[in-house]
Write a protein that binds this ligand. Structure first.
Ligand SMILES: [Zn+2]
Length: 103
């Protein structure tokens, strides 16, 4: 990875740099990837990626090893595929007692 891209990855990381493929397998989260050139995005199975490159690979470095299936670019960013905030809110609402949830 080039020095400039490495710096950008580190800056964009915002503390998620220590999160590795093995952690996403345990958390049941995918690896979200997005092409900087054409915007193609997808959620990848961390089991497959960990089997290929090992569970210790940081999520932020996965993108450097990917090629966009849409345009062939290698300029791909990756991060944990966090559940949508709306989805989390729905789950939390479902756990609340009915009287509170109605408010
Ligand atoms: Zn692309």
């Amino acid at each position: 990875m080039g020095a400039i891209k490495h710096m950008k990855v580190r800056r964009d990381d915002r503390g998620h740099g220590l999160l590795r493929l093995g952690a996403l397998v345990l958390l049941g989260l995918g690896v979200y990837s997005r092409c900087h050139r054409c915007g193609h995005d997808s959620s990848l199975d961390p089991h497959l990626l960990a089997a290929e490159w090992g569970p210790a690979l940081p999520i932020a470095e996965v993108g450097a090893r990917l090629r966009c299936p849409g345009c062939g670019s290698r300029d791909v960013a990756t991060r944990p595929d966090w559940p949508a905030l709306a989805h989390i809110a729905d789950e939390q609402r479902a756990r609340l007692p009915r009287a509170v949830a109605a408010e």
